[in-house]
Design a binder for this molecule. Sequence first.
Ligand code: M6R
Length: 381
Amino acid sequence: MKGSYPHFMLKEIYEQPDSLTQTMRGRVISHDSSPDDVSRNHRGDVHLGGLSQRIGDFRRSSRIIFVACGTSFHSCLAGRQVMEELTELPVSIELASDFLDRETPLFRSDVCVFVSQSGETADTLEALRYAKKCQALTVGVVNVVGSSIARLTDCGVHLNAGAEIGVASTKAYTSQILVLIIIALQLSADSRAKQGRRREIHDALLTLPNLVTKTLKDLDGRMKGIAERLKENTSILLFGRGFHYATCMEGALKIKELSYIHTEGIHAGELKHGPLALIDENMPVILFAGKDACSGKVQNALHQVTARGGIANMLIVGTEGDSEIEKFSDKVELVQVPKTVDCLQCVLAIIPMQLLSYHLAVARGLNVDQPRSLAKSVTVQ
Ligand code: M6R
């Protein structure tokens, strides 16, 4: 039911403080959980019951391969860096279709993680069958309980995000990122060297739902106004890097599928390798600027775009308190999301893009919950 919301998509965007809480319930345990809590042994840590039988095999693997399509692929892009950092294992990400086309070599020592909201996507499911044939350990990160991928994988973690009805994936995306990060925390639980970083991420997870609530409250009206200004454009470029590479890719997908405006998500490090030729004072640009290890490089990208007149039509999605980016606030449209730990910043930064794509579709009089030519679940290859 949509309740008081005009569309399922808007309802699902607004459900995120709750869906993220549900994703973490019983898995990310606070420092002061009650003594009767079943999770009392994991106070101040994480616990993933769905992986416990195979966690040893997972830890002993030689590499981790994420396999997914569409938005779910972008969540893998968002989760990869922390997985690499905390497990110190090589982590690759694969579009399920390309993974199958290449008949990617797989070994028994590999772990394949299949990420899917529906658990029924044909390419992802076929890739899972292939991985099983190769005897790799298979792990599902799925929202729909009882779905094919949930049933066929050796072990897994449900998103617990609740039903997602809108064709455009929103709350499943943010829950997928959380699950991948919680898996990384679980896998590195025994690593002494990682404890400080693990604690930092663990504690930030617990405060994230409140920051999502604040982001929605602060930015919905702003994004509606920006959608009104952008609605006649035929093209928008989105740039990001580091933890925001995923944000620019997912932001571009959301805008194109809902508004039918041509968009491209581009790694900011690639600007000089071609995309800069597209930049002039008429090209709308959205730049994601985190306050993290990539800040300096993102500012370089900002200067490159500015030098080609691209600042005339620029929206920056930045972080509150980032004085370097605030210097540009009189020249560009700047929206800021609250500050959290670097690897969770992408969960907050995608929210203005979900809102923007929603308001663009409404402003252009399009079908929000059922964009043309798309289906919620792609069950044919
Ligand atoms: O159900 P899945 O997560 O496997 O679906 C994969 C894609 O079809 C899906 O994420 C699609 O890209 C989104 N609905 C776009 O918003």
